[in-house]
Design a protein around this ligand. Structure first.
Ligand SMILES: [Zn+2]
Length: 140
């Protein structure tokens, strides 16, 4: 993630932000921000409370990312409708990941592993650029 994005997400969603997210691919920043925005709308932070009314965790790597969310029953007002809205917000993110290039955020439906690099979810254009970089390195 780019520094400006890290700063913005930390400022806008301090209760949802986790340090590890800084290592997430740039192409997935927008869908991560949309998820945080949706979660904040379902249950905004409680003024004066340090704790978060819900916990967000995103595991990522190797061309995949998966979000998990859990309401904090001790904070906020929870009901069936909000619980269902959380499940829907998480599945929007999880579905978006498998269609989004992790470099440019363009449409992607494939997992690519160029020689000498980690597996990534890339669009056709980024995949070709990665391959070109690899070939340029190999020639030297
Ligand atoms: Zn791309």
């Amino acid at each position: 993630m780019m520094d400006a994005d890290i700063k913005r997400l930390r400022r806008l969603y301090p209760r949802l932000w986790r340090h590890e997210l800084a290592k997430m691919s740039d192409g997935w920043t927008k869908i991560t921000e949309e998820l945080m925005e949706a979660l904040d709308e379902i249950q905004p932070p409680i003024p004066g409370e340090y704790g978060s009314p819900l916990f967000l965790m995103i595991q990522f790597g190797g061309g995949f990312a998966l979000a998990f969310v859990s309401p904090n029953p001790g904070l906020g007002e929870w009901n069936n409708e909000k619980a269902l809205a959380l499940i829907e917000a998480v599945s929007v993110f999880n579905d978006a990941v498998v269609e989004t290039c992790e470099i440019c955020a363009g449409p992607s439906h494939s997992i690519v592993q160029e020689p000498g690099s980690n597996q990534q979810r890339l669009c056709e254009r980024c995949s070709e650029q990665q391959l070109a970089k690899f070939e340029a390195r190999s020639v030297q």
